[in-house]
Design a protein around this ligand. Structure first.
Ligand code: NAD
Length: 440
């Protein structure tokens, strides 16, 4: 497994749990040191125990020596990052190609090289060319096995996925069969659970991942726009979402209004799909609009807080609950808190923030002046306004009276709809949330 981040570490550990011998290669010295010392460098519930058990069982190792890891391997997975390229939004495949070159140099015997990273359509074929050029003698096949795990629920998602996608070269039937057989063996425990395993060509597998993420991002953006409309016409977005979600064709999930989707996947994958579409001469206009609406929404949320404050936040103290892009992760990549706090900071506000898991990851990406607090009540201390940016469960149960006792002002902007408006208002607060008429 090349890359020991959110995807590589979870997938590698889960494959080990399935009974496979796994060597994870990680080049980031901090991450590697942590792993070698038995610490988990990311926040992912349940992962520490699973890593420990599999290391103890001798099935899971960590290192930076790619040759040692790849020697004798039946399959090598690439799980390195594919961030957005600055400027054009295309996925940056340079880490993937660099890893593949390293693999090609040291591979011995028949090897399947598998992309677990989310990669643009055509990457698998480009990888095959790189390998042929680097090692004309190597017997290999290329496969695409996109990963659908969600941070915060990653182990469950990997162990009980809705489906597994295995793409192999549709123009090379002998290779397809050999590669499929190895991947089928790896995923055998899921076969026993009757998980749908979908075999496709390379390009199809690559496009499935972008289509899935973009559809979900579009669904979030849809309910966000309906939420804005609810505010204008006096409708309640929670009731709209629940009611449309009861239609099986629509489905209940991903219909929660929010300050916009963030994270390590949706923003970059929607941008990448629009680039793939444009380059192929077949623009995906719904997703182009989704990207634009979402970017604007995050800015609007900062404005919304400023307007709620009376048009000027300079000199005000703003308590912030939640920083990560969603609960149960420490991931701050493209979190809505970044543009919102930037705007409040530029407006001259003093920001007191708390997040249950993201305090370390937040520091490098948030304004320097932010004060990091020990818990939610500490963040509320002396605040004129309290803003909820991530819906961590522990915030839901905070008693409004306790918040009132800490705060100086009486304004709450709940940008995740975690509280019941009536309870908050009864405690004497002015309260705004998303898509819900006042007082309901
Ligand atoms: P990440 O940045 O957490 O992890 C990537 C790791 O690879 C880093 O630790 C980096 O140091 C390491 N690395 C880079 N080049 C290397 C090399 N040559 N050798 C060894 N290690 C190397 O990223 P992530 O969140 O795990 O995402 C990885 C890929 O999986 C991306 O393409 C992403 O789109 C996709 N993905 C992510 C998620 C998610 O929830 N995070 C879900 C599904 C798919």
């Amino acid at each position: 497994m090349i890359g020991g981040g959110y995807v590589g570490l979870v997938s590698g550990t889960c494959f080990a749990e399935f009974g496979t011998d796994v060597a994870i290669v990680e080049t980031n010295p901090d991450r590697l040191t942590a792993l070698r010392e038995g610490r988990i460098p990311i926040y992912e519930p349940g992962l520490d125990r699973l890593v420990e058990e599999n290391v103890e069982a001798g099935r899971l190792t960590f290192g930076d020596d790619i040759a040692a890891a790849v020697k004798g391997a039946d399959a090598v997975f690439v799980a390195v990052g594919t961030p957005s390229r600055r400027g054009d939004g295309q996925a940056d495949t340079s880490y993937v190609y660099a890893a593949v070159e390293q693999i090609a140099r040291v591979a011995d015997g028949y090897t399947v090289i598998v992309t677990k990273s989310t990669v643009p359509v055509g990457t698998g074929r480009e990888i095959a060319q790189i390998i042929r050029k680097t090692r004309p003698d190597l017997d290999f096949d290329v496969a695409s096995n996109p990963e659908f795990l969600r941070e915060g629920n990653a182990i469950q998602d990997f162990m009980r996925p809705d489906r597994v996608i295995i793409g192999t070269d549709q123009y090379k039937p002998e290779g397809t069969e050999r590669a499929q057989n190895i991947l089928r063996k790896l995923y055998r425990p899921l076969y026993l659970l009757e998980t749908p395993i979908v075999f496709t060509g390379l390009e199809t597998a690559e496009l499935i991942k972008y289509s899935a993420n973009s559809f979900l991002a579009m669904k979030i953006t849809f309910i966000n726009e309906i939420s804005d409309l609810c505010e204008k016409v006096g409708a309640n977005v929670n009731d709209v979402a629940r009611s449309i979600g009861l239609d099986g064709r629509i489905g209940k999930k991903f219909l929660h209004p929010s300050p916009g989707f963030g994270g390590s996947c949706f923003p970059k994958d929607t941008r990448a799909l629009t680039a793939i579409g444009r380059n192929a001469g077949s623009p995906v206009r719904l997703i182009e609009t989704t990207v634009a609406v979402n970017e604007q929404r995050m800015k609007d949320m900062g404005e919304r807080v400023i307007t709620f404050a009376g048009g000027d936040v300079s000199g005000l103290t703003i308590g912030v609950l939640g920083l990560t892009f969603k609960p149960e992760t420490d991931d701050m990549r493209e979190a809505a808190s970044i543009p919102v706090l930037d705007m409040l900071d530029k407006g001259g506000a003093k920001i007191r923030a708390f997040d249950p898991a993201g305090m370390t990851t937040a520091r490098p990406v948030l304004p320097q002046s932010v004060t990091y607090c020990t818990d939610a009540l500490d963040a509320a201390k002396g605040a004129d306004i309290l803003v909820v940016l991530t819906e961590w469960n522990e915030f839901r149960s905070l008693a409004p009276e306790k918040l009132a006792a800490e705060m100086k002002g009486r304004k709450i902007a709940d940008l995740r709809n975690i509280w019941d408006p009536k309870a908050i208002k009864d405690a004497g607060f002015e309260y705004i949330s998303l898509g819900r008429p006042d007082g309901v």
